[in-house]
Design a protein around this ligand. Structure first.
Ligand SMILES: [Zn+2]
Length: 284
């Protein structure tokens, strides 16, 4: 198993050209390409040719330095604006662009969130929300068939949204029934909704393709570092081994914006060590 972190955690300290060396010195070997979730970012504003050229260049810098792009984070906006057919069509195009981006970057997985036509609620509209998402992801996976990219739907932390828990997401992915549609397990989101991540991994089995690893105390989606919340990491690591997970143990904790570069670097080193313990199933 490889270990990885969102690329922006290193790019905020170092130019891209220095990122691979710094990451490898910390013991990491993959990135989650996290600069694409904002569709108003520098990258999304480029025309397709410049978009492809830029991403292929960044991939070559990373790969030549021994770092692979394990996954990308697809487009996301908060609050969601998925309540009209026009907005949903626009969002489908954004996600298609994400698929192409993943292909240019050599990333086998694009992690996405479900559409939320009623925001983070909508339990009373479960069937409609299910249908809207079914149409969206069926079309997206049809499109992605021409690319070496699997779309991974992430479990969410919202108790009143009907496509949130690990079992709801798994049932949905099974219903869509496409080879290029799997699950990204977000350990913190699962913990907020009362599912221990080890149990979630065992439930997902071969449907588990990507990870967002972070901790919390079970009462809010705090994106804490590993070991700072209530998650049983020993059990989670054992579960990954049991199900034969062979992907990237990819982290998604917040490293505070007000830290000094030295403090950020210390956090990065500690995070990389903890990810390696999970990958090697040696958590204490
Ligand atoms: Zn996540």
């Amino acid at each position: 198993m490889k270990t990885g972190v969102p690329i922006h955690e290193y790019r905020r300290l170092y130019p891209l050209e220095q990122v691979p060396e710094k990451m490898r010195a910390h013991g990491l070997d993959a990135v989650d390409y996290s600069d694409l979730y904002n569709t108003e970012s520098r990258l999304f504003l480029l025309d397709e040719e410049a978009f492809e050229r830029t991403l292929r260049y960044e991939r070559s810098v990373l790969e030549n330095g021994g770092i692979t792009v394990g996954q990308i984070h697809g487009p996301w906006r908060y609050p969601p604006k998925d309540d009209t057919p026009d907005e949903r069509a626009k969002w489908l195009e954004a996600m298609k662009k994400g698929v192409r981006a993943a292909a240019y970057l050599g990333a086998p997985y694009m992690v996405v969130h479900p559409l939320m036509p009623y925001g983070i609620g909508g339990l009373e509209h479960s069937e409609e929300i299910f249908c809207i998402n079914a149409e969206h992801f069926t079309r997206l996976c049809e499109y992605a068939k021409d690319y070496p990219v699997t779309v991974c739907l992430e479990n969410m932390p919202y108790p009143n949204f009907p496509l949130s828990t690990v079992s709801q997401v798994l049932a949905f992915v099974k219903h869509i029934n496409k080879n290029n549609f799997k699950v990204c397990l977000d350990t913190g989101h699962a913990n907020v909704l009362g599912t221990p991540p080890g149990k979630a991994a065992r439930l997902l089995g071969s449907y588990l393709a990507a990870l967002h690893v972070h901790d919390n105390k079970g009462n809010s989606d705090s994106h804490f570092h590993i070991g700072e919340g209530t998650i049983d990491w020993q059990d989670f690591a054992a579960a990954l081994q049991e199900i034969g997970f062979s992907g990237v143990v990819s982290a998604e904790p917040n490293i505070r914006g007000d830290y000094t570069p030295e403090q950020i670097s210390e956090r990065q080193v500690l995070l990389a060590k903890n990810l390696r313990k999970i990958a090697d199933n040696t958590c204490d």
